[in-house]
Design a protein around this ligand. Structure first.
Ligand code: NAD
Length: 260
């Protein structure tokens, strides 16, 4: 059922986005790959996917802080692929610091990339989804879309925001075959959290692997980091026909973090 559809996954040059790209490509879904990567490297990545999975691919390196670049990305994707059927708003950044000294420039960047970019991609992808009467919007929020932690004011604000955006879009699209959901992961083993692990290692004077364990277990009852592919598999399920009634949901995938 999903073979031949097109997915745009923002931030698919690394971590969760890249793992999701592999999971969707295995099903014959055409891919618009995206992320902060040079054109040459990005084009090579797209060619590798095309040849490995026999799908149509495209790469764009739009900086999501710039709304004009987002418009170019969406236009390029729709013109080349015909439509965007599956939109995964995944790209994100993190900066940890107390609110009293949190740099305004970091606040602006986190809100722009982790939240505002999703508004633009959703708004500009909806026309082709509405024309087809089918669409799947999956926003990668975080456990921090549901609860807060210290030193993450901008990230928590952006992730709570994207949970709200998801609900509003789900309501507006409910009669048009388009679902919108947010996935709220706990710790996932990706480059995004390396700085946090290094900070724990330095503070606690422990090795990297021990710091990783200490970081996970400080909040998450399940004492292991998630493999990014687990999120890809969940996204694939949300794209399936079996999941057509799941919309407007904020779905924790957090090792019981928010069960406490
Ligand atoms: P990652 O650092 O491995 O990947 C981030 C991706 O976003 C990269 O492809 C990068 O190029 C892209 N990106 C960053 N800034 C960009 C910009 N200005 N313009 C365009 N692209 C940009 O991170 P990840 O862990 O895979 O994170 C993916 C998503 O998952 C994020 O939204 C993150 O908040 C969320 N998340 C991660 C975790 C975790 O523990 N890793 C937990 C919960 C939620």
């Amino acid at each position: 059922m999903l073979t031949g559809k097109t997915a745009l996954i923002t931030g698919s040059t690394s971590g969760i986005g890249l793992a999701t790209a592999h999971t969707l490509a295995e099903q014959g879904i055409n891919l618009v790959l995206h992320g902060l990567m040079g054109d040459e490297e990005g084009t090579a990545l797209a060619a590798e996917f095309a040849s490995k999975y026999q799908i149509k691919t495209l790469f764009d390196g739009a900086n999501l802080m710039d709304s004009n670049s987002i418009t170019t990305l969406i236009n390029k994707a729709v013109n080349f692929m015909g439509s965007i059927d599956i939109l995964v708003n995944n790209a994100g950044i993190q900066h940890t610091e107390g609110v009293d000294t949190f740099p305004a420039s970091k606040w602006d960047a986190i809100i722009a990339i982790n939240l505002t970019a999703a508004f633009h991609t959703i708004q500009q992808s909806l026309p082709s989804m509405k024309t087809n009467g089918w669409g799947r919007i999956i926003n990668i929020a975080s456990v921090h879309g549901l609860v807060a932690s210290v030193n993450k004011s901008a990230y928590v604000a952006a992730k709570h925001g994207i949970v709200g955006l998801t609900k509003a879009v789900a309501l507006e699209c409910a009669e048009q075959g388009i679902t919108a959901n947010a996935i709220c992961p706990g710790w996932v083993d990706t480059p995004l959290i390396n700085n946090q692990i290094k900070e724990v290692a330095k503070r606690q004077q422990v090795e990297f692997e021990q710091a990783k364990y200490n970081l996970v277990t400080a909040k998450q009852p399940l004492p292991e980091m998630m493999d990014p592919r687990q999120i890809g598999e969940f996204i694939l399920f949300l794209c399936s026909d079996s999941a057509r009634s799941i919309t407007g949901a904020s779905l924790p995938m957090d090792g019981a973090w928010t069960a406490q």
